[in-house]
Ligand binder design. Structure first.
Ligand code: ADP
Ligand code: MG
Length: 650
């Protein structure tokens, strides 16, 4: 004779309640052969369900030995016990324990999904089982659209899904009326006749009478064990073992797909909650993207401004530094300095500058202007461009011509009707009549007041006609492309120190300014990124919070999934995927919101643009799923660690 199917020896199960422990099962010795139909009866609280849970590997005894087909359960891992539940046992509960979000067919399929069976195979079998139990017309009904008896049939079909050598039914008729109870019992008897071992827990002697062996327990001990008729020869149930079962990475992909589908169903069942959870991520991702785009936009603008600083130049001023009060009185920076600098190899071009303010008058129009006296190379040095006319040349500078180049603002002030007749017109600057020979093109610049009116005259003319003073405001040197700015700076400083005998000047170089601005923008970008990351973390904590609540709320569902054979890793996977899906969908929505905002913003604020880089979008996408993984892990793990019995009791 082969090993008996189920053997319990000296099984004891204690529950801790605070300080004391309570023995729900005291010393159970029991052998159940394959093919038996056993009823376990006893008063409420006598330990029937506790025994049933141990039999079904949902729970473990405190002490004693339980062997299934000769194999001890004590040494098994949780996954091995889950495999046993899934492949060898079928549970039927008093309260059916169907999943509300799934229809009858989908509920029946769950054990086969965890068993890794292909969609076609499991759908076929689920339909067959349901039809056989008279539920063929209600495949697509949800549990709340079914009567108690119908729900119990669905749960019987689910228990049979993977074969169920042993059917464990805990008060299967407890919630049903007499007639439906009778029908359910008939089904169980039929299944037994086909070879399934059936164990029914009941407190109803009428139900127990259908069994061929009745075990009575009281206060955690077996008090009676009688057979009403001899056990028929065990028949081997026709089990679809391994039918349509997939293995390897294909199975992994399929199980991943199933978990994703379950996650979508769960999200759909709690639409508002899912949406509110996503909202945190949507706002987080959208604001991060907008802020980064804003940073990018302002950066581009700053870079444009920097390029407007002109080519790489040194500008030498009198005084020790900006704001030196004596600089106005220091008259040491003179034309000879400019000429000396001009001779140096590092200088590509040099221009002295002087400046004063004056008025410009044309007909009845009068305006205050900044008069810049510059050399002929000034425009080369600064990279200024003309929209009309020409610059003055070296000859003009030498001969103190009264020719003026006006800027765009001045031109608009003097010629509001257009510049058609501007070139050649004589204007009065102060008391000096000057002929307009050129108009500069507007330079986009964030620095300096772009509203001010500026005109350019040869510095010789300004010195002679306006200032009567040979001192210069500054000397601007355009550094030769081949010379590093630092070297030019040192050389210029050395030269002027020699000429002046002391350092009564200071040098500004655009390279420094450029670097300062660039590093400022970079610091700003870093700050922005930090804020962005914080807001995303806040969103992630929101996801974690909701997922934790969701785990508590869905404890029973998790218990059911474990009872029908879901492994801890399956539960972990399902909740993780759900968290990742929520954050991923939230991330995509956030990206769309940000892009939409960008379109509106760019349309409304033409001066400034939000620039979305593809990289930031890809990063946002990746980061949002990472948040799901990181913040979904804790809730998913707490779901996976739930005790199946306790979870089911919810
Ligand atoms: P029943 O025969 O009604 O199914 P149970 O097996 O559910 O009885 O419970 C047997 C006894 O064990 C009861 O007194 C019950 O209070 C106790 N019990 C069951 N589960 C737990 C638990 N998780 N913690 C503490 N006591 C429990
Ligand atoms: Mg019970």
């Amino acid at each position: 004779m082969a090993e008996p199917l189920l053997v319990l020896t000296h099984i004891r199960r204690e529950f801790r309640t605070g300080e004391d422990s309570f023995a729900a099962l005291k010393d159970i010795n029991l052998t159940i052969e394959a093919g038996e139909m056993v009823a376990i009866i006893g008063a409420s609280g006598s330990g029937k369900s506790t025994l049933m849970n141990i039999l079904g590997c949902l729970d473990r005894p405190t002490s004693g030995d339980y062997r299934i087909a000769g194999r001890s359960v004590a040494g098994m891992t949780p996954d091995e016990r889950a495999d046993l539940r899934r492949e060898h046992f079928g549970f039927i509960f008093q309260r059916y324990h169907l999943l509300d979000e799934l229809n009858a067919l989908e509920n029946v399929e769950i054990p086969a999904i965890y068993g890794g069976r292909s969609r076609g195979a499991r759908e076929g079998r689920a339909k067959e089982l349901l039809s056989r139990l008279g539920m063929g017309a209600r495949l697509a009904h949800r549990p709340n659209q079914l009567s108690g008896g119908q729900q119990q049939r669905v749960s019987i079909a689910r228990s049979l899904m993977n074969g169920a050598e042993v059917i464990l039914a805990d008060e299967p008729t407890g919630a049903l009326d007499r007639q439906t109870s009778g029908e359910v019992l008939e089904i169980l008897k039929e299944l037994n006749a086909e070879g399934h071992t059936v164990i029914i827990v009941t407190h109803d002697p009428g139900v127990a009478a259908h069994a061929r062996r009745i075990i009575e327990i009281s206060d955690g001990d077996i008090v009676a064990d009688r057979r009403t008729e001899t056990t028929a020869e065990p028949v081997t149930a026709n089990r679809p073992r391994g039918a349509g079962q997939r293995r390897g990475w294909l199975a992994r992909i399929a199980s991943f797909g199933e978990a994703a589908r379950m996650a979508l169903i769960a999200m759909n069942a709690h639409r508002l909650r899912s949406f509110l959870t996503m909202l945190g991520i949507i706002i987080g991702i959208a604001s991060v993207l907008c802020v980064v785009a804003l940073g990018q936009g302002s950066r581009e603008r700053v870079l444009a401004n920097i390029s407007n600083l002109g080519t790489n130049t040194l500008e030498i001023f009198p005084g020790t530094d900006f704001g030196d009060v004596r600089s106005g009185r220091i008259k040491t920076l003179v034309l000879d300095d400019a000429r000396a600098l001009q001779q140096q190899p590092f200088a590509a071009a040099v221009t002295p500058t002087v400046s004063t303010s004056s008025t410009v008058r044309l007909g009845a129009t009068e305006a205050t202007v900044m008069v810049n006296g510059v050399g002929d190379q000034y425009f080369t040095v600064k990279g200024t461009r003309l929209s009309e006319g020409q610059f003055f040349d070296a000859d003009s500078v030498r001969s103190l011509v009264q020719e003026v180049v006006i800027d765009d603002n001045t031109s608009k002030t003097l010629f509001p009707m257009g510049t058609a007749s501007a070139i050649g017109t004589i204007v009065l600057i102060g008391k000096v009549p000057c002929r307009i020979i050129g108009i500069t093109r507007r330079q986009q610049s964030g620095f300096g007041s772009s509203q001010s009116l500026t005109v350019y005259l040869p510095y010789t003319t300004v010195q002679a006609r306006f200032l009567g003073d040979p001192a210069l405001r500054s000397i601007i040197v355009r550094v030769a492309d081949t010379t590093p700015t630092n070297r030019a700076l040192e050389a210029a400083t050395r030269l002027l120190e020699q000429r002046h005998g002391r350092k009564d000047f200071f040098v500004l170089n655009t390279d420094d300014i450029r670097q300062t601005i660039t590093s400022t923008t970079e610091t700003l970008a870093l700050l922005i990124a930090a804020i962005a990351v914080i807001s995303l973390i806040v969103g992630g904590v929101g996801v974690m919070n909701i997922m934790l609540v969701s785990v508590v709320e869905r404890t029973r569902e998790i218990g059911v999934r474990m009872a029908v054979g879901g492994r801890a890793s399956d539960i972990l996977e399902q909740f993780l995927i759900e968290a990742v899906l929520i954050t991923l969908i939230g991330g995509v929505a956030g990206i769309l919101v940000a892009l939409g905002f960008g379109i509106v913003f760019n349309a409304l604020v033409p001066a400034f643009s939000l620039i979305y880089s593809p990289l930031s979008i890809v990063l946002a996408f990746g980061f949002s799923s990472l948040i799901g993984l990181v913040f979904g892990f804790l809730p998913a793990r707490s779901a996976a660690r739930l005790d199946p019995v306790e979870a089911l009791a919810q």
